[in-house]
Design a protein around this ligand. Structure first.
Ligand code: BTN
Length: 243
């Protein structure tokens, strides 16, 4: 695995997209990003102390596009869980770490990691932002949380990136073979389990309440509307958690 490290860059995803001959698992890291990108055109506040990195994989596995965001979240989830587990003896602490479909990791009701996957020609770029030692989340002030805030300790950002990447690269070889197990884990640890959500259309929140059922084999979210007998599925969805 090769690393290219920057002190400051606009966006590690954009660097790969614009400037680079894509090589699988070559990791671009930055201490800071001046134009960090989040999903749906939002900004990703990228201050020092966060893990900010991107890499590409070849889009050559069956159904990869449907799986890759979830799989990436699974890799980050497992590494963060290990750190939180080490820090506390009480399991209640690491049980607060949850996977929020499709591409976030939450601790309690705050986001600790966001993932942005972008398809580019024969590759998929995976951009990961994890709040490690940083505590300033800018406009997302009350919505973000870092590993430091959870565990009360500072960590080596470089080591965490390497651990995520090693876990990713190793498990990625058998992603299709182990997909059912990964899904089971992700469904078990789903932030949306037991929660009521409302669907947003063109940024407007609908009235109808839905319950989360599961994430299915193709990475779609399955919901059931209050009073409905048939479930509905979405590949991507703008929604808000109500309860
Ligand atoms: C989201 O939750 O909206 C996705 C956030 C993804 C942020 C990471 S930080 C590294 C990489 N470079 C970017 O510009 N974005 C991703």
């Amino acid at each position: 695995m090769k690393f290219i490290n920057f002190d400051e860059i606009d966006s590690t995803n954009d660097y790969l997209r614009k400037n680079h001959r894509l090589e699988e698992f070559e990791v671009i890291t930055a201490k800071k990003q001046t134009a960090g990108k989040g999903k749906r055109g939002s900004a990703w506040i990228s201050n020092e102390g966060a893990a900010l990195f991107s890499f590409a994989v070849e889009n050559n596995k069956e159904g990869l596009q449907e799986k890759i965001t979830i799989f990436s979240g699974y890799a980050v989830y497992e590494i963060l869980k290990k750190y939180i587990e080490k820090s506390f003896t009480d399991s209640a602490y690491y049980q607060n770490l949850k996977f929020k479909w499709p591409n976030d990791i939450y601790y309690k009701d705050k986001k600790i990691c966001g993932i942005l996957c972008e398809k580019i020609r024969e590759h998929i770029i995976i951009g990961i932002g994890i709040n490690i030692n940083n505590t300033d989340f800018g406009m997302y002030k009350d919505k973000g949380i870092s590993l430091f805030e959870i565990c009360g300790k500072k960590y080596s950002v470089e080591t965490i990136i390497k651990e995520v990447m090693s876990f990713f690269e190793e498990k990625y070889k058998s992603v299709n073979k182990n997909w059912e197990n990964i899904l089971e884990k992700i469904n078990e640890e789903s932030y949306l389990k037991g929660k009521t959500i409302k669907i947003k259309k063109e940024k407007k929140l609908g009235e109808k309440a839905y319950k989360f059922l599961r994430i299915d084999r193709s990475g779609k979210i399955c919901l059931i509307g209050k009073g409905d007998t048939e479930e509905i599925k979405f590949e991507s969805l703008d929604f808000e958690v109500i309860l």
